[in-house]
Design a protein around this ligand. Structure first.
Ligand SMILES: NC(=O)c1ccc[n+]([C@@H]2O[C@H](COP(=O)([O-])OP(=O)(O)OC[C@H]3O[C@@H](n4cnc5c(N)ncnc54)[C@H](OP(=O)(O)O)[C@@H]3O)[C@@H](O)[C@H]2O)c1
Length: 267
């Protein structure tokens, strides 16, 4: 049938999407840190696979991209769903703010690092849980929020960076025919992986009450992953296509972010 790779596929929306692609007959590889959760997925089918990786580390993303490109000459679907909330700003051993590293740099490295196997698929698609235009502006002078960190804000900011990653990706890999879908699912009751301060923990408890089930979030995004969807870039908010308004989806901004990111990774 095809091959799907799902980061954050050990839990939440990623896990449900991984199971959906298994049902469709795909080879499905999920990436996460929990060996227990990974094993429970891998044990569910001969076509289910798990690779453990800490995707907040650049080196792990590079290793993973190389390993996957060797293992799967063709990748049809790439889902970028790993996330971890931190109320307190932390920095990885490689010196990047952790949320910036996991929620944005990992997706940058895997989107570009797997472009070759994606480009060999008949109808390749990347699903990135970005901001879909719903989050605030880019903090160009403080990309890793050294001066104004808040856990919720950091996730929103990374969502915005991922939106621009999508804009740049479809331009940079135009010849490969890779569609890029940016999805904001709204509030979904998942594991809400993270370390929360008491105020945010109380907010998350509330989200668990008002949020939609994972199955609803999956049903809202699946139609946009189908080959018939027109255009290389699609932004989706809770099952509705979002217009790519000028300004928010500016190619110059997207290229600038690409250049800044490449310089950060090279340093
Ligand atoms: N839930 C919502 O209300 C909501 C709202 C807006 C956007 N979204 C987006 O939807 C996507 C899926 O979110 P979710 O709520 O379904 O996720 P979730 O249930 O919180 O699960 C998070 C996933 O990320 C993985 N992960 C965490 N840290 C990792 C690391 N350092 N390296 C590798 N994997 C790591 C976890 O795997 P392990 O446990 O195996 O480490 C797990 O599979 C995310 O991009 C999220 O931002 C969700």
């Amino acid at each position: 049938m095809g091959t799907a790779v799902v980061t954050g596929g050990t839990d939440g929306i990623g896990r449900a999407l991984a199971e959906e692609y298994l049902r469709r007959g795909f080879e499905v590889l999920v990436v996460g840190r929990s060996a227990r959760k990974g094993k429970s997925f891998a044990d569910s089918s001969e076509r289910a696979h798990f690779v453990a990786a800490d995707l907040s580390l650049v080196a792990e993303n590079r290793r993973l991209a190389e390993q996957l490109a060797q293992r799967f000459p063709v990748i049809d679907v790439l889902v970028l769903g790993a996330r971890y909330h931190r109320s307190v700003r932390t920095v990885t051993a490689e010196g990047f703010e952790t949320n910036f590293a996991l929620f944005y740099l990992s997706r940058f490295l895997l989107s570009h690092g797997l472009a070759a196997p994606l480009g060999r698929a008949e109808h390749p698609v990347v699903l990135n849980f970005g901001g879909a235009g719903q989050t605030g502006p880019v903090q160009w002078d403080d990309l890793q929020l050294e001066r104004s960190y808040h856990g919720v804000r950091a996730m929103g900011h990374a969502g915005r960076l991922n939106d621009l990653l999508g804009v740049d990706h479809v331009d940079r890999h135009a010849g490969a025919g890779i569609r890029y879908v940016l999805n904001h699912p709204g509030v979904v009751v998942t594991s809400f992986a993270g370390e929360y301060d008491p105020v945010t923990a109380a907010e998350v408890d509330h989200l668990r009450i008002i949020g939609k089930p994972v199955a609803t979030a999956v049903a809202q995004i699946l139609p946009f992953l189908e080959p018939r969807v027109p255009g290389p870039l699609t932004a989706v908010l809770e099952g509705r296509r979002v217009a790519l308004e000028p300004g928010l989806w500016d190619l110059r901004d997207a290229r600038l972010l690409h250049d800044i990111t490449s310089a950060l990774l090279a340093a």
